[in-house]
Design a protein around this ligand. Sequence first.
Ligand SMILES: *Cc1c(COP(=O)(O)O)cnc(C)c1O
Length: 423
Amino acid sequence: MTSAITFSKLESEVRSYSRAFPTILETARGTELWDSQGRRYLDFLAGAGSLNYGHNNPIIKQALLDYIMSDAITHSLDLQTVAKERFLRVFNELLLEPRGLDYVLQFTGPTGTNSVEAAFKIARKVTGRTTIVNFTNGFHGVSMGALALTCNSYHRAGAGIPLMGSFTVPYDGYFGPHVDTMDYFEKMIEDPSSGLDHPAAVVVETVQGEGGLNAASMEWLQRLRAITEKHGIVLIIDDIQSGCGRTGTFFSFEPADIKPDIVTLSKSISGFGLPFALVLIKRDLDKWKPGEHNGTFRGNNHAFVTAATALETYWSNDDFAASVRAKGEHLGKRLQEMVDRFDSHIVEVRGRGMMRGIRLVDPDRAANVSKRAFEMGLIIERSGPHDEVIKCLMPLTIPDAHLDEGLDILSNALAAEFAEGAA
Ligand SMILES: *Cc1c(COP(=O)(O)O)cnc(C)c1O
């Protein structure tokens, strides 16, 4: 008999998601999860966007099982393997070439924050400069270098040493719709007496995952690209959460028609929830010396197999992306209905594609809504500076019936919290 006591007794206080969803999970398929008591949940958290193709996706799972059963390589440092060769080739053929992107791929240690560290290091190395510009509410991971560019004070406070090398600029919409924060950034860059040392790089999320689903406009991103290009500043897009199709195109920056200098990917890049992270580096910036940034687990061959299979299955034509865009629109419509119905409690719909949510007036009530949803069988998390944004990150492969079932639960949880009808 499994018991929750085991966790409170033996696991560190650092555990977090498990506090909000205190059950013991056992099995999962697609969007559905079952706990050890056989209770079913719909998963609108999906590994914080690490399970874009659902839990135990049968096509991807079969490819992994076949690979393991053939005694193919599991661990290989950064040695050449058949699995890695296939992944590199498929990634290039299905993603880079059709989009006219010329990047080399760096395999870092298997976490998002590790790819961010590598991106910052190479940007500083090639420019010989130190400062990296980030944006308010940005999240880039919690290892020291990445944490210095992560804005959340709770996470920053955990550093224990001064966090340096960042300069924070207001994100798009930070002062509302009438202030273009790129005016501010441009002025700071062009005024030699602004106090901003000429930066090595700018790092940006096109939709801020942890920061509360703020979505930058395409015009704002285009201006950011133009300014960074003009001033020789490396543009890093952190697509760890917003990439891999989440917003309706593989890379979240595609609708802006811009080419970043560096892109970080992790979370859903393995396609199966396996640890895997990547840095895409514009060829002429690839000034690494052999092994200068390294890591024992740069060769997660199982993830190469699942990632390549996911790309071949879902990204060899536009059908899947089109379905994500259609579901994203439906999601937006249904969330807007909730805003209209509870307009004194909900401020607005946030986000883009299938990376959307609702911002509540009162963070405490957002916590209650998530709790009520969980009791009704839906796992859904919050983000934003006060955790006031309820965030939908369901698998992109979610069937329409599950999408509506989950949104019905969310709507019922809102109704219960705002005591419209039952309490
Ligand atoms: C999750 C995330 C990271 C960090 O990834 P980890 O695997 O948790 O280290 C970095 N940037 C963004 C945008 C993320 O969402």
